[in-house]
Design a protein around this ligand. Sequence first.
Ligand code: SF4
Length: 161
Amino acid sequence: MNPLKLARRIVSGRRAAQPAPAAPQPLSAASAYGGSVQVRHVDAGSCNGCEIEIAAAFGPVYDAERYGARLVASPRHADVVLVTGVVTHNMAEPLRRTVAATPRPRVVIALGDCACDGGVFGQGFGVRGVVADVTDVDLQIPGCPPEPDVIVETMRRVTGR
Ligand code: SF4
């Protein structure tokens, strides 16, 4: 949204959130979550471009929370592990442990080209591989970086809303 338009909406007190598009096809696992999922984000070696889009997806304009997706701090509380970046050597084991600490049924999402296929950093000297080289991946969100509405759409597939 145009920042000026957003500022005008805030000053006028009107709702800033984008209108809700039609619900996407839910993931088969969605029925297990009752319309609400907790999401643990792991940066495994991102440039932070994907993080900016995640912040926008969970912010007041795109507002993923209105569809039942919420970021949490602990994998023990999470249903979804959202992974960004190529996996560096230093982050391979922490990522594996984070996924292992997340109760089942869980969904692992690789977000961004780096996480999905290595993107622009895949051949770096400090890189162990892509997310699928370290843990099972259920969903991929390609893009460098993916746009917030695509991130929200994927979250809606998991919440089923
Ligand atoms: S996909 Fe693009 S924006 Fe995301 S971490 Fe890789 S280079 Fe950065």
